[in-house]
Ligand binder design. Structure first.
Ligand SMILES: NC(=O)C1=CN([C@@H]2O[C@H](COP(=O)(O)OP(=O)(O)OC[C@H]3O[C@@H](n4cnc5c(N)ncnc54)[C@H](OP(=O)(O)O)[C@@H]3O)[C@@H](O)[C@H]2O)C=CC1
Ligand SMILES: O=C(O)[C@@H]1CCC=N1
Length: 285
């Protein structure tokens, strides 16, 4: 197997195909958590500056995707959804075939984080029997505060799920969901950080409009979002209850929240999630 069940350490080599925003965030988290050593990681990138930065960190930058995955025990596919079939086709010959992977030690688990791309599509472009897991992570993985939902494919066993879970636990919280829920997950936690950052931007701009210096507005908005999010998580209370505690009778919050209702904020957020859900379905073809 490719994870130590007692320590959660991953056994390399690990290949990361697509060291962009999300792939890099996962790699940073796994390296920071000590789940794997940099020397056990291979990446591919066309960006010479990024290649130099990773090399300085001790990560091996392979010449191409096939070279990166040769002998790997864990492959993370983090390219754009449309590029997944081509990338898988390019590594197929470098992966163990079902017959060749005689022991669990030799199995190579493929983890795809591509939005919308279904397990059936992964299977079509991988050697028969290759264990695969579909995952939807999010960028707070970079600081170990991510949310990942994973769905195991037909050939992924308990040990493969344990390996994927060990990988993603370095990034934050992990849940296992049926694949049919992945488009909804993408709409909520995958895209969710962007919704929150958009709210942060609006709150900062509002502070500036009301006369605050921008750095002060940014500090107030950032700590308010962080504090509220932590309170929500740590109290376990329903958000409506926490909102009521802020809303003094006849006070400022009620006046502000009335504008949320007037401009249909809740419907807007639901519509945004529905649009993201639909886009995830489209990306899956
Ligand atoms: N960003 C996010 O919050 C999340 C993203 N995802 C998923 O992660 C995947 C990547 O998204 P994101 O990180 O945002 O996108 P990026 O564009 O930042 O990353 C994609 C990376 O893949 C590289 N790449 C392109 N073609 C190849 C190839 N043939 N071989 C190896 N690398 C290649 C790109 O290099 P170059 O730029 O040089 O073309 C780029 O570095 C997507 O499938 C997305 O759905 C999932 C959850 C959240
Ligand atoms: O925007 C996207 O398509 C990716 C998937 C979820 C977050 N970012």
């Amino acid at each position: 197997m490719n994870s130590d069940e007692t320590t959660g350490h991953l056994r390399g080599p690990l290949a990361l195909l697509g060291a962009g925003a999300m792939g890099s965030a996962i790699l940073e988290a796994v390296l920071a958590g000590g789940q794997i050593a940099a020397a056990d990681v291979r990446i591919t990138t066309l960006d010479p500056a990024a290649a130099d930065r990773w090399r300085e960190r001790g990560v091996h930058v392979a010449d191409d995707n096939a070279a990166a995955v040769a002998g790997a025990r864990l492959v993370i596919v983090a390219v754009k959804p449309a590029d997944v079939p081509t990338v898988l086709d390019s590594i197929c010959a470098a992966l163990p075939t079902d017959a060749a992977a005689e022991s669990a030690q030799e199995r190579c688990l493929v983890v795809s984080i591509a939005a919308g791309v279904r397990l059936a599509t992964l299977a079509q472009h991988l050697p028969p029997g290759t264990p695969a897991v579909r995952v939807m992570p999010n960028t707070p993985a970079l600081i170990g505060e991510g949310m990942s939902a994973l769905s195991p494919g037909e050939h992924a066993g308990e040990r493969d799920v344990a390996v994927a879970t060990a990988l993603l636990a370095a990034c934050g919280q992990v849940v296992v969901v049926p694949e049919k829920q992945q488009d909804a997950v993408t709409a909520i936690s995958g895209s969710g950080p962007a919704y929150v950052f958009a709210v942060a931007e609006a709150l900062i701009d509002a502070g500036v409009l009301l006369g605050l210096p921008r750095p002060t507005a940014a500090q107030l908005a950032t700590q308010t979002l962080a504090g509220a999010a932590l309170m929500l998580r740590e109290s376990g209370q329903h958000p409506s209850l926490l909102r009521e505690q802020v809303t003094s009778p006849g006070g400022t919050t009620a006046a502000g929240l009335r504008e949320f209702d007037r401009h249909a904020l809740k419907s807007t957020i639901i519509a945004a999630a529905e649009a993201a859900h639909e886009r995830s379905r489209q990306l899956g073809g």
